[in-house]
Design a protein around this ligand. Structure first.
Ligand code: F6R
Length: 246
């Protein structure tokens, strides 16, 4: 695993943006796996700046998001569909037919999960998957205890995840209890993974990601088995990690 340590959130965002821009420039038809949440927001802002100033094009790029809440309409301010359009897609030249998120309002959710998985395969799999990490070790919304062989599936969100995400809602009761998420197997099939983390509250999770025994109790520990992972994290998030290879 390659670890890139930065001084702070801004620098993490810059390194992550450079990383992705280079991938898109090297392969304009790249299939990207996207994450939501607070961590990648700075990176997305810089992708927009770069698109405006340097004209990096996303016309040939295809995206698959990791997850979506069940029960929120696409146009709900808190759906991940809204997040992605507001935070990135509305500001770059991506073709809306190339953008994919699970549909959290599908009438047949099981079928929706199977179709999402099938679609990723049809596109030949994800070239570069962006990940954040939950304090409890979740990747995507794969909460502790999720099977390592899981494909896109429905997950019941833990109280701690709902609590963490309640900052975007008026109160915790409005945070959906379930989501559709790519499975751990789906994520591990990505050819390359870049995981972003910032701040002290992620320090223990990064420590376990790197050093804990690989176990479904700590989903991110599976990344130890992936052959092409880059972690871009700031000093606070890496405070328990002594030997950082840059
Ligand atoms: C988001 C996702 C989650 C987040 C994680 C960290 O699509 O799948 O795994 O990456 O919850 O969230 P933040 O960045 O808000 O700390």
């Amino acid at each position: 695993m390659k670890i890139i340590e930065t001084n702070n959130y801004q620098e993490m965002s810059e390194k992550a943006a450079h990383f992705l821009i280079k991938k898109v420039q090297d392969n304009p038809a790249i299939i990207l796996g996207m994450a939501t949440g607070g961590t990648p927001e700075g990176m997305y802002r810089l992708l927009i700046d770069d698109h405006k100033n340097n004209h990096t094009s996303y016309q040939g790029v295809t995206t698959f998001n990791l997850d979506e809440y069940i029960g929120l309409p696409k146009d709900d301010a808190n759906s991940y569909y809204s997040y992605m359009w507001k935070t990135l897609f509305d500001h770059i030249d991506i073709n809306d037919e190339h953008v994919h998120l699970p549909n959290g309002l599908a009438t047949n959710i099981e079928e929706e999960c199977k179709n999402y998985e099938r679609l990723i395969k049809q596109y030949g799999g994800i070239d570069v998957q962006v990940l954040g990490i939950g304090e409890n070790g979740h990747i995507g919304f794969n909460e502790p205890g999720t099977a390592f062989d899981s494909h896109t599936h429905v997950i019941e969100l833990t109280d701690s995840t709902r609590e963490a995400n309640s900052r975007y809602f008026s109160n915790i009761y409005e945070v959906p209890k379930e989501a559709i998420t790519m499975g751990i197997h789906t994520i591990m099939q990505a050819k390359e993974i870049v995981l972003l983390a910032s701040g002290e509250r992620k320090a223990e999770a990064l420590n376990q990601l790197l050093h804990a025994e690989i176990s479904e109790a700590f989903p991110a520990s599976i990344l130890q088995k992936h052959s092409n992972v880059t972690i871009i994290a700031d000093r606070d998030a890496l405070k328990h990690i002594s030997h950082v290879t840059v």
